[in-house]
Ligand binder design. Structure first.
Ligand SMILES: [Mn+2]
Length: 325
């Protein structure tokens, strides 16, 4: 971390970048770091390609731009690029080739093989990138501001789904949260801020999709779907699939949850969730998609009935031989 601190210290102007389709951890890191640097009189450009489609981050969209400052207007000796919550400039979705002569600082918690950057603070054991920003701020004599604590905690909540995904490898995490609480953050208020504010229509929509869920292989596979016509009186951008998966994955005996959404007539966007060691990343890849062993997605050309037939055929041998509980 020391060389990152020195690089931040040495430069006066920063392009603060994150991945496209940003989440709370990405934006929280960008906002916390730029606040900390600006308090030292440094200049920061908050840059994001967007889209800002997650409801909990929309309030910050106006702080960001996808217009890059002209490279010839930037001073070569005192300007640096900072890339947060990813390790490769491709992930920004922006053309940064004209900025190749500026040093690149990478701060990230992903364990991918990408190793870009002149200065790196990458720790795959941190539950969020914002907690790495916390390390940076805490190693400075400048006290963390309440607003920075807020952004840091927000990113942590996003990436751990509010404390749900914390393991022993995330050592010291509760001490860090304790220090954020001393800066004024309230986990109770945050919970309300993140999870309240849903429309009644969105809850009714969830009810409808839950209602039609089918149980297959003795309840080990749950399957449901959303059609275009489900969105006539409900705005598609307000979908809350996370809550849907959470509800279905909490069903006793359910190992795999599958959601098919009609993206246009004759084409489905399908998502797989696994609560066991059945690798749904591989399943999605067999349809040309991708993802993680426990969460993945793909597209499928066909109707819901065709897709149902297809996945039941695909999962039959897997479910027959699966030995777990
Ligand atoms: Mn993250």
């Amino acid at each position: 971390m020391q060389d990152v601190l020195e690089a931040l210290d040495r430069h006066e102007e920063f392009l603060i970048l994150g991945h496209e389709d940003p989440d709370g951890d990405c934006l929280g890191s960008q906002l916390a770091l730029s606040s900390f640097l600006r308090r030292q009189g440094k200049r920061c450009h908050l840059i994001s390609k967007g889209p800002f489609r997650r409801p909990e981050i929309m309030e910050w969209a106006s702080e960001f731009t996808d217009k890059l400052p002209r490279p010839d207007r930037l001073d070569e000796g005192s300007t640096a690029l900072v890339l947060l919550d990813c390790s490769s400039l491709d992930r920004t979705g922006l053309d940064l080739s004209p900025y190749g002569s500026f040093p690149l600082i990478v701060i990230d918690h992903h364990a991918s093989g990408e190793g870009g950057g002149n200065y790196r603070y990458v720790d795959s054991q941190s539950p969020s990138t914002t907690l790495l920003i916390q390390d940076i701020i805490e190693s400075s004599p400048l006290e963390m501001s309440g607003e920075e604590a807020d952004f840091i905690f927000f990113g942590f909540c996003t990436d751990t789904d509010y404390f749900r995904h914390i393991e022993l490898i995330h050592e010291g995490v509760f001490l860090k949260i304790h220090r954020l609480m001393k800066r004024g953050i309230s986990p109770t208020d945050f919970h309300r801020r993140i999870y309240a504010g849903q429309s009644l229509t969105s809850r009714k929509h969830l009810g409808k999709i839950l209602e039609r869920t089918e149980s297959h292989f003795g309840g080990r596979l749950l399957f449901t779907w959303e059609l275009k016509e489900d969105f006539t009186d409900y705005d598609e951008t307000q979908r809350d699939s996370n809550t849907l998966y959470k509800q279905l994955q909490s069903v006793k005996g359910a190992l795999v949850v599958i959601l098919a959404k009609e993206s246009r007539p004759g084409e489905l966007s399908v998502s797989f969730r696994s609560s066991c060691d059945i690798n749904v990343g591989e399943i999605a890849r067999s349809y040309g998609g991708g993802g993680h062993p426990k969460a993945s997605g793909s597209t499928f050309a066909g109707t819901v009935d065709e897709f149902r037939q297809e996945i039941l055929r695909k999962f039959a041998p897997i479910m027959e031989t699966y030995q777990g509980d």
